[in-house]
Design a binder for this molecule. Structure first.
Ligand code: BJW
Length: 224
């Protein structure tokens, strides 16, 4: 059986990383048009760099929780098929738990040159004057996907959506596309679909099964 798992901020919530849209979430404290769009970066790049330096520093101290660990165990021990993990998260907690994940919205740990698209490991504190190691231009930005930008790995994800027998979404509100549309795609191709979340997402009605509760309890129980 081919299993495709999509995770969102809820899977890292109990590691101490805030979600985006819950009470006190990132988008209740920051204007996303200012810090998570190419236009915001063009208007005030220093503000955006500061925002991501702060988020990168928070993420650096976080440890994987029981949900990340259970998913890593599933990925390494499942012998009746394959388990593909796609995450919208920019933290590296799936990797810290031992998983291999496709980061469709990028990663805190990667810097990108806005001029030539080169990528390299991000320093903990990124600066606007950082020069690209390839072209030398000082046009460094975080390698994260902002609104209006095309997410990473979409052709590979589309392939997995076509062939998955089981699609599972964990800790995501189902508000951001194209990820929120994956359940419909997987379902149209005949996959069974399961949502695991603290509360029903915006697209909960499209899943065959919805499991509610904190990820550190529900995910290990589902994997077991
Ligand atoms: C727990 C829990 C616990 C809490 N246990 N659970 C229709 C189709 C296509 C696109 C669009 C469309 N309509 C509009 C668009 C455009 C736009 C969009 O979706 N806008 C909507 C807001 C309407 N999308 C885009 O612009 C995307 N690009 C794009 O569409 O390109 C065009 C294109 C697509 C395809 C092919 C060709 C071209 C890009 C979106 C980029 C999103 N970027 C961000 C920032 C990333 C960097 C950063 O981290 O700063 O990604 S925004 C933010 O939202 C972040 C997240 O990955 C993303 C999703 O959030 P997530 O993970 O769901 O978090 P929350 O907070 O929303 O939800 C947390 C959930 O966890 C909740 O449900 C809680 O209940 C739960 N929870 N604690 C379990 N303990």
């Amino acid at each position: 059986m081919k299993i495709l798992i999509l995770t969102g901020a809820g899977v890292s919530a109990e590691s101490g990383l805030g979600t985006f849209r819950d009470k006190g979430g990132v988008w209740t404290r920051y204007d996303l048009s200012e810090v998570a769009t190419p236009e915001g970066f063009a208007r005030d790049p220093q503000k955006v760099i500061d925002f991501y330096n702060m988020r990168r520093a928070n993420a650096r101290g976080a440890q994987p929780n029981a949900a990340h660990l259970a998913l890593a165990r599933l990925q390494s021990e499942y012998t009746r098929g394959e388990v593909t993990l796609v995450t919208q998260n920019v933290d590296s907690l799936h990797e810290a738990a031992g998983s291999d994940a496709l980061h469709m919205h990028g990663a805190h740990g990667v810097a990108r040159c806005a001029a030539c698209d080169a990528r390299w490991p991000a320093p903990l504190v990124m600066s606007l004057n950082d020069q690209c190691p390839d072209c030398g231009r000082p046009e460094t930005r975080p390698d994260v996907v902002w609104f209006g930008e095309v997410p990473h790995h979409l052709p590979r994800i589309a392939g997995h959506l076509r062939t998955a027998d089981l699609f599972v979404a964990i800790g995501t509100s189902g508000t951001v596309y194209p990820a929120a549309g994956f359940v419909a795609e997987a379902r149209a191709r005949g996959a069974r679909t399961v949502e695991i979340n603290l509360e029903p997402s915006q697209v909960a009605g499209q899943f065959d099964e919805v499991i509610l509760g904190p990820a550190t309890e529900t995910v290990p129980a589902w994997v077991a």
